[in-house]
Design a binder for this molecule. Structure first.
Ligand code: GLV
Ligand code: MN
Ligand code: MN
Length: 410
């Protein structure tokens, strides 16, 4: 269904550009790590913009923000939508942010038209979707859904030893609402695709039917520091070279499970870190993803076996610890159909697809009927300061979000 409610494309774009100033980088991206000063700035902006639109803002004990517009039947559960405002360390202007600001634009459009829905509407900013500073990703939608342990997440520390709880407190977003206390009638998340399919096919809307599973690991390699000039090659216990072998093993395993399987070693530290000392230790953070949960399990088993062999051959120890698993998910058929109907009614070219990236909607899906909408991004690039999307596509996505929400909220 298409309503005669029309998103104000230019207003949406100007909020995207205005909030991009919080954590702006020289290359045109954003560095806005969860619970940083920049995260506080964008949260403060969001709270005042929501209140200016007449919404009631509530914050739960893990920092999730809920901005609610009343419905004509206040006893009905709210229809919710939104995404996240935190970014990767070198992130772009759209990942997550589009879903929140398009939600705000949807509410402004309803206000302009004096349009009332039966269900209340709740716009959500989920805390720490990226998991770059505090692992894992989709953390606080995970706690909201009861799938991740709130106390354990609050006790987590970043690489400088700052705790999640301390940082949440410091920026003033440890709210009073019990996490998970409110439940929704439905949840819809608009996001850039973060991959190349829509752009290549010149399609505007991805009707997201589900998402692939994720598996995250932390690893520690221990060899022995020794002199780079005097230690013969066969006597070395080089943690850096073992790390390189682990990274290539991850690549091999992912390729063997391709094209659906992917694997990445994205962060590592070499210790002590000196040109003329053979590194005696290394730590790493890595992940696998696959749309099939059994394949993910096999990939993990294969990684452990490869690490045993590498450790033996290179005379080091390798300790690999799984820190997170999120199984593949399937979205609610009625919400997916509503998204498809909205794309069709707006005459937008679309396809049904599976999400390669992780999203808060994956966790929310276990609590209420959930779906997602994708729009294309330039060259399919994301988690990159050059990430970009067009005003036309962002606005088309916001229109599909609005129409879907109005349909679900009556
Ligand atoms: C979330 O950003 C993810 O890693 O998919
Ligand atoms: Mn995101
Ligand atoms: Mn992201």
């Amino acid at each position: 269904m298409s309503t005669n409610l029309k998103i104000n494309s230019q207003r949406l774009w100007s909020t995207l550009m205005e909030t991009a100033a919080f954590g702006a980088t020289a290359k045109g991206g954003i560095r806005r790590l969860a619970l940083s000063d920049e995260d506080k700035m964008v949260r403060d902006w969001f709270k005042s913009a929501a209140e200016a639109a007449g919404l009631t803002v509530s914050v739960d004990a893990i920092g999730n923000m809920f901005a609610t517009r009343p419905g004509t039947e206040p006893d009905l559960p709210a229809v919710a939508f939104g995404s996240h405002l935190d970014t990767q360390p070198a992130g772009g202007k759209f990942d997550g942010i589009l879903g929140v600001l398009a939600g705000l634009e949807a509410i402004r459009t309803l206000d302009d038209a004096g349009y009332q829905t039966r269900h209340p509407l709740t716009l959500v900013n989920w805390t720490n979707e990226e998991g770059a500073r505090f692992a894992p990703a989709m953390m606080c939608s995970g706690v909201y859904a009861g799938e991740l342990d709130g106390a354990a997440m609050l006790a987590g520390v970043d690489r400088d030893g700052a705790s999640f709880a301390g940082e949440l407190e410091r920026i003033g977003y440890r709210g009073g609402e019990t996490v998970g206390a409110r439940r929704f009638a439905a949840f819809v998340e608009l996001h850039i695709e973060q991959g190349p399919l829509l752009e290549a096919a010149q399609e505007t809307i991805g009707v997201v039917a589900g998402g692939q599973g994720l598996l995250w690991f932390d690893g520690e390699i221990t060899g022995r520091d020794s002199h780079a000039g005097t230690t013969p090659m066969p006597m070395r216990r080089d943690a850096m070279n073992a790390l390189a072998a682990v990274s290539l093993a991850i690549e091999d395993i992912a390729k063997a499970h391709g094209p659906a399987g992917v694997g990445t070693l994205g962060e590592a530290h070499i210790i002590p870190g000196s040109r003329n000392t053979i590194p005696g230790a290394a730590t790493f953070k890595a992940e696998f993803r696959h749309p099939d949960g059994d394949a993910l399990t096999t990939m993990e088993t294969e990684l452990l076996a490869r690490c045993r062999t590498i450790a033996e051959t290179r005379n080091v120890t390798i300790d690999v610890r799984r820190i997170w698993r999120k199984d593949p998910i399937v979205f609610d058929p009625a919400v997916v159909d509503a998204v498809e109907a909205a794309a069709k009614a707006n005459g937008l070219p679309y396809r049904r697809m599976i999400s390669g990236a992780g999203h808060d909607a994956f966790y929310v899906a276990s609590t209420c009927p959930t779906g997602m909408i994708f729009v294309p991004c330039w060259e399919g690039i994301s988690h990159n300061e050059e990430e970009s999307a067009t005003e036309t596509d962002c606005s088309a996505g916001a229109q599909v979000l609005l129409d879907t929400v109005v349909k679900l909220a009556g």
